[in-house]
Design a protein around this ligand. Structure first.
Ligand code: ADP
Ligand code: MG
Length: 328
C-alpha cells in the first residue's frame, strides 16, 4: 500500500512541468506543496480573503458519492464564498480524512478538483492527509476540508452588511434546482446543480463597487437573504413570483412544495445581492455580457419590515426555514 507521502505526491503535488512557463500562478506561489508551509506572493494593494468549508460524508454528501463530482463540489462551495466577497480566488489548501487509501477515489477526487481549480487559476498549495480509521476501529467517514484564499482590491470587498433601504434585491441564475434533486432524484440537469454547482466567480468580481451587499445561497434564499438583512440592519419585501426557478421546479403542482424549494432550498450557490436602483442598467448589461440571468426580486426596506415575501395577490406568505445543522 502506498504511503501517505506517495499518495500526496501522486495525486496532489503537480510536477512543475504541468504549470506552463509564464503561467501567472507560478508568480503567485513562492513555495508550494512539499515543505512545512507554503509561501504566497500576494499582489500589492490587495486584501486577502480567506474562507474554510468542511464536507462530511453522510451529512454533506452520500456515502458512495462519485469522487470526481465531490472534488468539484468541495472546491466549488469555497469558490462560491470568494464570489460572495467579490474576491478573485488564488490559492487553496486541502485536508482529507479517508477511511482507507483508495487510489481510484483519490484519482477521481483530484480530477474533479483540478479541473475546476484550473478554470479559475487556483493553485493547491498544501494540505493534510490522514486515515479516518484508527487501528482496529470501524471505517471512519470521509472528511474534506478546503481553505481558500483570494485577493480583492483594498476596500472593495463585498459584505453582508451594506444594503440600504430602497436598494434592489437581485438573484443570479435559478433557485430550487439543487434542493429538488435532493428530495426527488432522477433528473440529470437538477442533479448536476446539486452535485456540480457552478460558482459565480466572475459575477462576484464584477459586483465590486456595484453591489451594496452580497451573499451566496448555501442554506436557502430566505435564510441567506436574512443574513444580509441582519448584518445590514434592514428589512425587505420580496415578490415570490419574480424569484427565478427552473422549469422542473415551476412545473411542481404542489404549491407549498414549490415554494419550499425556491425559498428554503439550499445548495444552489447562486449570489443574492443588493444594489442601488441607479445601477439597474449596468446590471442588465453585466447579465448579458456574462450570459447569466440576473433577476430583480424585491427591495430593501427599513429594519421594521423584517423579511416579507408577497404572493401573486400581494399577500404575505409564510416562509419556512433554510437548513440549520443544529436545528432540533
Ligand atoms: P506536516 O508533517 O508538516 O503536516 P505533511 O507530511 O502532512 O507535512 O505534508 C507534506 C506536504 O504535503 C506539505 O507541504 C503539505 O502541505 C502537503 N499535503 C499534505 N496533504 C495534502 C493534500 N491532501 N493536498 C495537498 N497538499 C497536501
Ligand atoms: Mg501533516
Amino acid at each position: 500500500m502506498p504511503s501517505e507521502f506517495e499518495l500526496i505526491r501522486k495525486y496532489f503535488e503537480r510536477a512543475p512541468r504541468e504549470i506552463r512557463p509564464g503561467d501567472r500562478r507560478t508568480r503567485r506561489v513562492a513555495l508550494g506543496i512539499g515543505d512545512d508551509a507554503a509561501l504566497l506572493r500576494p499582489s500589492a494593494g490587495m486584501e486577502l480573503a480567506v474562507s474554510t468549508d468542511l464536507l462530511l460524508e453522510g451529512t454533506h454528501f452520500r456515502a458512495g458519492a462519485d469522487a470526481r463530482k465531490l472534488g468539484h463540489k468541495a472546491l466549488a462551495v469555497n469558490l462560491s464564498d470568494m464570489a460572495a466577497m467579490g474576491a478573485a480566488p488564488r490559492w487553496a489548501t486541502l485536508a482529507l480524512a479517508l477511511p482507507a487509501a483508495n487510489e481510484a477515489w483519490l484519482a477521481g477526487f483530484a480530477g474533479g478538483f483540478f479541473a475546476l481549480a484550473d478554470r479559475f487559476g487556483v493553485e493547491l498549495i498544501g494540505g493534510d492527509t490522514t486515515r479516518a480509521t484508527p487501528q482496529g476501529a470501524e471505517p471512519g467517514a470521509i472528511v474534506i476540508c478546503i481553505t481558500i484564499l483570494g485577493e480583492v482590491p483594498r476596500s472593495l470587498a463585498l459584505f453582508r452588511a451594506g444594503a440600504q433601504p430602497g436598494d434592489d434585491i437581485w438573484v443570479s441564475g435559478e433557485l430550487g434546482g439543487a434542493a429538488l434533486a435532493l428530495t426527488q432524484p432522477g433528473n440529470a440537469a437538477m442533479e448536476k446543480r446539486l452535485e456540480e454547482p457552478e460558482p459565480r466567480v466572475e459575477l462576484g468580481e464584477r459586483l465590486r463597487g456595484l453591489a451594496s451587499a452580497a451573499i451566496d445561497v448555501s442554506d436557502g434564499f430566505a435564510q441567506d437573504l436574512g443574513h444580509i438583512l441582519e448584518r445590514s440592519g434592514a428589512g425587505a419585501v420580496v415578490e415570490y413570483a419574480s424569484l427565478p426557478r427552473p422549469a422542473e421546479v415551476k412545473n411542481i403542482a404542489d404549491e407549498n412544495l414549490q415554494a419550499g424549494l425556491v425559498l428554503c432550498g439550499g445548495d444552489d450557490y447562486e449570489l443574492v445581492f443588493a444594489a442601488p436602483q441607479a445601477r439597474r442598467g449596468e446590471l442588465a448589461a453585466l447579465s448579458a455580457e456574462l450570459k447569466l440571468p440576473l433577476s430583480r426580486v424585491g427591495a430593501i426596506q427599513g429594519a421594521d419590515a423584517r423579511l416579507q415575501v408577497l404572493d401573486g395577490q400581494g399577500k404575505p406568505m409564510r416562509v419556512g426555514h433554510g437548513f440549520d445543522h443544529f436545528a432540533p
